[in-house]
Design a protein around this ligand. Structure first.
Ligand code: F6P
Length: 404
């Protein structure tokens, strides 16, 4: 009997490490004869785009562990409920049966847990002997019922490092201007908040950090910036791409913004927007805005070893869950201790995670809504610990890439 693993949603630096963890643990426990990889998530599996991951040799598997971005390809594809459209369920089950697949692992975020929960429910209703298990990943860190998500620690480390380094670059002159860095995160401020880890002599590099969880006020923002610019002749600002106004609307979302197939608005451009506000208000013309963009989710050269190890851990736990006959669960991360940092895995109902969002806690945002508290820093710090040593080839990191 065999199993299949597929990836869905946005990539991360360590998403392939979960595939590695699963293949490796299967090798140790000898549960399944073959681990198949579904290409482009559920969308590709429905078109029979499937490869055999068990045929990877040891070197390829090790290289795949350290390869960033979704090595199996991805999709943002929402399954309808089977009561509305059973056709895709029937088609998928037929493909799984043809390959004697008894377990399906889906690596993804809250939309992918919706798929996992729906498929598990369908299999139970039809008395099918196929288990469905979710494996968490998202740089956004917005899944409920898990301390954090694999992928977040590496993105946080990249953002904190980029903040520290651009702070140094942006403070070299006697007449420094204003620097804005834009982090991803869509609905939540976890990524932008991680910039607070960048500190010099115990003081954060960022003067202000604006998160989607605090209503964004243009007046307050310009007052903050004007005052600090007068005092220091330099302002360092971190902004989340998902900043919202008092009506709850993204401040950069126009009526023409594109949406993905999960229905999420395509964001980006907050930094430029804030830059224009500052210039139009006449504070200074010397303003630079840097959108970190997709580097946040593929900068493997700056990944967190803790994050990589936990991505492996959740993949391995998923195989064990299926071997124990579990279905309809997601492997979640439990923080055992903070110092020294230690974590473990537990299973949680995928249905409880599907389509829900874990916001950055309001009590971890300061009163003015323009920075974060020390409790948040204590939560974030262990997740970026230690570096990943990458093998190289032609002087660059050695990655394992299936043809695209
Ligand atoms: O996966 C999460 C995320 O990286 C968000 O932070 C971001 O808004 C979105 O994906 C971008 O999506 P796309 O894959 O379309 O670039």
């Amino acid at each position: 009997m065999n199993c299949i693993i597929a990836q869905s949603g946005g990539p991360t630096s360590v998403i392939n490490a979960s595939v590695y963890g699963l293949v490796k643990e299967n090798f140790n426990l000898e549960v399944f004869d073959n681990v198949y990889g579904g290409l482009n998530g559920i969308q590709g599996i429905l078109e029979k785009k499937i490869i055999n991951l068990s045929s990877m040799n040891k070197d390829e598997l090790e290289a795949f562990k350290n390869t960033p971005s979704s090595g199996l390809g991805s999709c943002r594809y929402k399954l309808k409920d089977f009561s509305e459209n059973e056709y895709e369920y029937i088609k998928l089950i037929k493909i799984l049966k043809e390959l004697d697949i008894k377990a399906f692992f889906y690596v993804g975020g809250n939309d992918s847990m919706d798929t996992t929960a729906k498929l598990s429910k369908y299999a139970k209703k039809k008395n099918l002997d196929i288990k469905f298990i979710g494996i968490p990943k998202t740089i956004d860190n917005d899944l409920v019922l898990t301390d954090h998500t694999p992928g977040f620690g590496s993105a946080a480390k990249f953002i904190a490092t980029a903040t520290l380094e651009t702070y140094l670059d942006s403070t070299v002159y006697m007449d420094n201007g204003i620097f804005i860095i834009e982090a991803m995160g869509r609905d939540t401020g976890w990524l932008a908040a991680s910039a607070a880890l960048a500190q010099i002599n115990g003081k954060p590099c960022a003067d202000f950090i604006y998160l989607p969880e605090s209503e964004f006020s243009i007046t307050d923002f310009l007052n903050d910036v004007r005052k600090t610019f007068k005092e220091k002749n330099h302002v360092y600002i971190v902004a989340s791409e998902g900043l919202r106004d008092c009506t709850g609307k993204f401040i950069t979302q126009s009526a023409y913004s594109a949406h993905d197939k999960f229905g999420h608005a395509q964001l980006g451009g907050v930094g430029e927007y804030l830059k224009n506000l500052i210039m139009d208000a006449g504070i200074t013309k010397r303003v630079k805005a840097l959108e970190l963009g997709v580097m946040q989710r593929c900068a493997m050269h700056c990944a967190s070893k803790t994050d990589l190890d936990e991505a492996i851990m959740v993949g391995a736990a998923a195989i064990r869950a299926a071997a124990e006959g579990k279905s309809g669960y997601m492997v979640s991360i439990k923080r055992e201790t903070n110092s020294p940092y230690k974590s473990s895995t537990v299973l949680v109902d995928a249905n409880e995670i599907a389509n829900k969002i874990k916001h950055f806690p309001k009590e971890w945002i300061n009163k003015k809504g323009n920075h974060i508290t020390v409790e948040a820093i204590n939560y974030l710090r262990p997740l970026i610990a230690d570096n990943v040593l990458l093998d190289t080839e032609d002087l660059l990191p050695k990655y394992k890439v299936f043809s695209r």
